[in-house]
Design a protein around this ligand. Sequence first.
Ligand code: FAQ
Length: 311
Amino acid sequence: MNVAAIENDFQQKIDKDLFIEPKDAMPDKYREHLIRQISQHAHSEVIGMQPEGNWINRAPSLRAKQILLAKIQDEAGHGLYLYSAAETLNISREELIAQLHSGKAKYSNIFNYPALTWADIGAIGWLVDGAAIVNQVSLQRTSYGPYARAMFRICKEESFHQRQGYEIMAHMMNGTAEQKEMAQDAMNRWWWPSLMMFGPHDSDSPNSGNAFKWKIKRKGNDELRQKFIDKTVQQAEVIGLTVPDPDLKWNDEKQCYDYGEIDWDEFNKVISGNGPCNKQRINHHIKYHNEGAWVREAALAYSQKIQPNAI
Ligand code: FAQ
């Protein structure tokens, strides 16, 4: 088949809402688009373990520590599902990690902020996982089969993550004046970066055109952000937290909240490597990746011993 015939056949499958599977013919640009998005998603899950990992030894109770440990392990598992999905597109794990280390591949803006207090662990679970779920539920219907299937498994776990974060915030808002202040301070610092997680406005989103044509994205950045705001503002009200946006107002006509302008200069600074923790996050990943080289070598040697013909 020539290139035009392959593209035609491929687009027909997409238009019929059929999944594209690894062995199906696909345009190079679709493959590259997916590698970019899925690998960035995988890197986000793994780098996202760092701000929370910093609190395992300081969790305020054994129960809190067990929950946090389980959540962070889930994030590692999400990274593994997603790296495996990306590898079906004919790129190796080593190449994916090299792209992360060189800065070619991005990861979510949100993980370049520090987790300063225990309330930040609540805010991360509630707001960051909450934003991630809204995005990932819509990706369950993405057109690439392995990515969509990974999303089903991930969404089930993310909803536990969101609830454990909300529980921490609710608990603190029921506590002393200092605890309430700590929870509000975490809300103030994590709210705007969480809104940025959905990416630039649709009008400034260069990847959205092809993403919609190929049904990689089912909903736009702005629609998902709005959905997140509408459900989260109500949750904040229930526990007495104030959303740090003076322009936030219910719009009766549109039946959703109007909100203030996002600081896109800050977003661009953070995603181009100049946020508060970018260097720390990547240096940490490089250090432990290098220290873990012997584990990868041992696992490879073992798999070759039991399966001598395996590559
Ligand atoms: N951060 O043209 P668009 C989680 C970049 S998982 C950094 O709109 P697209 C779970 C974008 O890559 C969180 N960069 O791009 C957890 C592009 O640059 P490029 C991760 C961003 O792909 C919780 C440029 O801006 N979730 O949190 C961001 O169509 C707690 C233009 O943007 C996913 O990755 C950003 N927020 O739409 C784990 C979901 N937004 O690549 C641990 C899957 C945009 O051309 C602890 N990804 N950029 O150089 C997606 O749905 C999409 O990729 C979007 C961006 C919506 C993020």
